[in-house]
Design a protein around this ligand. Structure first.
Ligand code: NAP
Length: 282
């Protein structure tokens, strides 16, 4: 039976570490969070970020803008925050209303304040060097692997999904730690052939039941990034947990696995940006 990787407990530990380090900085770190419109799910995410900031001793600067806010006004706010030393990190909650070009908005955030690491300059640094921070979800997966003493080195790692925020940076992080990485997507001809070879399988697709026992190698580490909702309203991932857990060596639950880590890494990212800004200011 697999060991269940407890993302909730590790996230708490990370938040405590961030709080300890934030308290020792000469200036309190700050995160500006911008929410445009009244999407209920986004409002919950933003509230959670505020709560996390509070627990970590990070100042949360909140900007709640009406849905009809113009792109120009949003860009003007970002330009102001780019110059505001109180904001070490800037985060724009996605999705944005349709009339706003998300890409233009994300590109307007100064790369050294890009708490989510979505700016193309940071994406480039992921390929060619070291960005100051990595996208929260894949970085959270790496932190979980480290916590449980699992190294990708010499392992066959298979990542399902190739989005810019999860799949691609996940593959780069595993590669950086000497994993041999395969990335699969909707045009992969024989998914099962790939997943069955994985020593470490990371699924970030968004399809309940995609991974059952037959798709997993005996003793594999199975990381379920996906967050789906069943017709009954229950949260689940891509992996059939009950079927796969007896076969895997380690497995993440949904909820309580990767999700809490994503939130905790955001706090860690803001701390890292604040440290960088304060070192530069010396
Ligand atoms: P996304 O942008 O929709 O990407 C999904 C990926 O899955 C795409 O690359 C797609 O391939 C691939 N895919 C679709 N059907 C497939 C199939 N049958 N076999 C193999 N690959 C397939 O989603 P995302 O933003 O990366 O998020 C992925 C999942 O993770 C979602 O469930 C999301 O809710 C969850 N998520 C969780 C967290 C967290 O904190 N735990 C954070 C972010 C996202 P193509 O590129 O070919 O279309």
């Amino acid at each position: 039976m697999a060991i269940i990787m407890d993302g909730k407990a590790l996230a708490k530990k990370v938040r405590l570490q961030v709080a300890e380090q934030a308290a020792r900085l000469p200036r309190q770190p700050g995160l500006a969070v911008i929410l445009v419109g009244d999407d209920p799910a986004s409002a919950v995410y933003v509230r959670n970020k505020e709560k996390d900031c509070q627990q970590c001793g990070i100042r949360s600067l909140e900007y709640r803008l009406p849905a009809e806010t113009s792109q120009q006004a949003l860009l003007a706010l970002i330009a102001r925050l780019n110059e505001d030393p109180a904001a070490d990190g800037i985060l724009v909650q996605l999705p944005l209303p349709r009339h706003i070009d998300s890409r233009a908005v994300l590109e307007a955030i100064r790369p050294d304040k890009d708490a989510d690491a979505f700016h193309p300059e940071n994406a480039g640094r992921m390929l060619t060097g070291e960005p100051a921070v990595w996208p929260c979800t894949p970085a959270g997966v790496m932190e979980l692997l480290h916590e449980y003493g699992i190294s990708p080195a010499g392992k066959r790692c298979v990542v399902l999904g190739r989005s810019n925020i999860v799949g691609k940076p996940m593959a780069l992080l595993l590669l950086r730690e000497n994993g041999t990485v395969t990335v699969c997507h909707s045009a992969t001809p024989d998914l099962e052939e790939a997943t069955r070879r994985a020593d470490i399988l990371v699924s970030a697709v968004g399809r309940p039941g995609l991974i059952g026992a037959a798709q997993v190698k005996e003793g594999a580490v199975v990381i379920d990034v996906a967050i789906n909702r069943t017709p009954e309203g229950r949260l689940c991932g891509d992996v059939d947990f009950d079927a796969v857990a007896p076969k895997a060596s380690y497995i993440t639950p949904v909820p309580g696995g990767v999700g809490p880590m994503t939130r905790a890494i955001l706090m860690k990212n803001v701390l890292a940006l604040a440290k960088m800004h304060q070192a530069e200011a010396k």
